[in-house]
Write a protein that binds this ligand. Structure first.
Ligand code: CA
Ligand code: CA
Length: 315
């Protein structure tokens, strides 16, 4: 007789996905940067253009949700040069009084964290961006942020920065900038070795002697997140599009068939999961790719989830 085991409880989903950039100097636009207010993220002006989104069907590293590859047009907009930092989030929390879903124990206790103490993922009460499971510096990317929290942050920037149009990037905008003109799996090419370009798993030894099972064949000195901008920028001057922390985008996670080709975000009634992009400090080489995508519930917050903000350009 067969017994059917049914798993119950909250599936917080460990994350497995990725994005990237390119390094063709000829394709590099002149990307000016600006900062709307002292506490605001530094923004890079991204020129409009078109690119092939997704992965060719014959690429052995692709996942099925990266098909079909298709041509997408993106309008000019601005995107954060780095992920949002702990210092920037702290100023938001101080000025607005906003408490994250992790701090409010919304739908689950605390934050879903990987910790060196037991080398496993779990919901842990008391964990939030303030205390995510390792000691963070102010210039590291803020983590334990949900899609819902990210929406609160861009609303606050819109209301207080003196400049309008803040939002999360669309998935198409994100991949367009991650590629920065490249058509390879990663902005630096097809090869996996990424310690110069991105913070993923590597041969760095973690607390309690922890090591990663599928490390990049190099050592970058960061077992968890690294200060933003620690690695080389892509061809358009943005840092950490791949690796460091996963970045929320606006879109609902759906198959690409029928997706818009104008660079806009894909929404759906009763959306089951939002997209995160780029992979993180705990992701192996296979996940650190420009086209990698992963779905997560809008209230999920992991200690490898952060954000990068976008802004619609003034007409
Ligand atoms: Ca690393
Ligand atoms: Ca990132």
């Amino acid at each position: 007789m067969h017994k059917l085991l049914i798993a119950v409880g909250t599936a917080a989903a460990a994350i497995h996905c990725t994005p990237a950039w390119s390094a063709d100097a000829a394709s590099a636009p002149s990307t000016a940067t600006s900062r709307a207010c002292e506490a605001c993220p530094e923004m890079v002006s991204i020129p409009g253009g078109e690119f092939m989104m997704g992965t060719p069907a014959n690429d052995s590293e692709r996942d099925d949700d990266e098909l079909p590859q298709r041509l997408v047009q993106v309008k000019a907009f601005a995107l954060g040069k780095t992920e949002v930092t702990v210092a920037q989030w702290r100023e938001f929390a101080r000025a607005s009084g906003y408490q994250t879903q992790a701090e409010r124990n919304a739908l689950a206790q605390g934050c879903f964290t990987w910790e060196a103490a037991d080398a496993s993922w779990a919901w842990r009460e008391g964990r939030s961006w303030r205390e995510p499971g390792w000691s963070q510096k102010d210039n590291e990317p803020v983590v334990c942020i949900s899609w819902v929290d990210a929406q609160a942050y861009v609303r606050w920037l819109d209301q207080t920065s003196g400049v309008k149009g803040w939002r999360l990037p669309s998935e198409a905008e994100w991949e367009y900038v991650a590629r920065a003109g490249s058509t390879t799996r990663r902005p630096w090419g097809d090869r996996e070795n990424s310690c110069d370009y991105a913070n993923g798993t590597d041969r760095t030894i973690g607390p309690k002697g922890r090591t990663w099972s599928e490390p990049h064949p190099c050592k970058d000195g960061y077992f968890f997140a690294a200060p933003v901008g620690s690695y080389r920028p892509n061809a358009w001057g943005l840092h950490d599009m791949l690796g460091n922390v996963w970045e929320w985008v606006q879109d609902c996670h759906l198959p690409y068939a029928g997706a818009p080709s104008d660079g806009s975000a894909r929404e759906a009634n009763d959306c089951k999961g939002r997209v995160v992009r780029g992979g993180a400090w705990d992701d192996p080489p296979s996940v650190l790719r420009s086209a990698e995508r992963f779905a997560s519930g809008s209230a999920n917050r992991n200690n490898n989830f952060g954000l990068r903000v976008a802004r619609t350009s003034a007409p």
